[in-house]
Ligand binder design. Structure first.
Ligand code: NDP
Length: 240
């Protein structure tokens, strides 16, 4: 069955790969983005995927836009909460703005995006909520107290929401990528990148497409028995 899927931050990096994988598995995909119009247009032209610009860290905007999008396109059965940012620095130097920006975008957005969609999923008896966390939410990472806290919060959100909705045909899962070959990682100096790769048992970075395929599987009917799970996909770098 062709279902409608929303991927936040779905026009670049890992989100773009998730959008493409969901399209390949028959979904009608809506890829959200924040501000990079040029990149979003190029992505939409290349893939034919519908793009929607709104700020997932703004609660009022999400509350207004999501019902409008559903009214225009149809009910959203699959949501991938992927949009995320970093504002790295050590905690003793961290500003309230650096803390808040990451908590608002990487954690509070899960409330603002999922809350307007969950009752429709419950009424229809089907839903897939997939939340992109991080290896650094599992193990903690120095220089990322804000990001580690937000991404650990994503896992708690996932486990509680999964329990509340399991009888309604809705699964809720977290995906924790390790280091993925995106623009962000490509910008790391070569020597630092070498040491990162040396710490990954499989000996390479992950590919965004590998995260996309995992999300497409979690979104499928076949994954109905997987809920509340924390899926690590990190080349063995952190084994839970
Ligand atoms: P990118 O920086 O490449 O892309 C981020 C995407 O999120 C863009 O589409 C961006 O839109 C969008 N976005 C950012 N802020 C907002 C906002 N407030 N509202 C709406 N959209 C927003 O990120 P990655 O692909 O690297 O990461 C994707 C997710 O995976 C994140 O949650 C990240 O924390 C997580 N992750 C990444 C890892 C990695 O190695 N890259 C490892 C582990 C987890 P725009 O283009 O308009 O700016």
């Amino acid at each position: 069955m062709a279902r409608i899927a929303l991927v936040t931050g779905g026009t670049r990096g890992i989100g773009a790969a998730i959008s493409k994988a969901l399209k390949e598995t028959g979904h009608t995909v809506i890829a959200n983005y924040a501000g990079n119009d040029e990149k979003a247009k190029a992505f939409s032209d290349e893939t034919g995927i519908h793009v929607e610009k709104f700020d997932v860290s703004d609660h009022a905007v999400c509350a207004a836009r999501l019902p409008e999008i559903e009214a225009a396109i149809g009910p959203i059965d699959v949501v991938v909460n992927n949009a995320g940012i970093t504002r790295d620095t050590t905690f003793h130097r961290m500003s309230w703005e650096q803390w808040s920006a990451v908590i608002d975008t990487d954690l509070s957005s899960l409330f603002s995006v999922t809350r307007p969609l969950i009752n429709g999923m419950r009424d229809r008896g089907f839903g897939r909520v997939i939340n992109i966390s991080s290896i650094n939410g599992q193990k903690g990472q120095m220089g990322q107290v804000n990001y580690s806290a937000a991404k650990a919060g994503v896992i708690g959100f996932t486990k509680a929401l999964a329990q509340e909705n399991a009888r309604k045909g809705i699964t809720v899962n977290a995906v924790c990528p390790g280091y993925i070959d995106t623009d962000m990682v490509a910008a790391v100096p070569e020597k630092v990148l070498e040491s990162i790769i040396a710490a990954i048992p499989v000996g390479r970075l992950g590919q965004a497409g590998e995260i996309g395929k995992l999300c497409a599987y979690l979104a499928s009917e076949d994954a109905a028995f997987i809920t509340g799970a924390t899926m690590t996909i990190n080349g063995g770098q952190y084994i839970t």
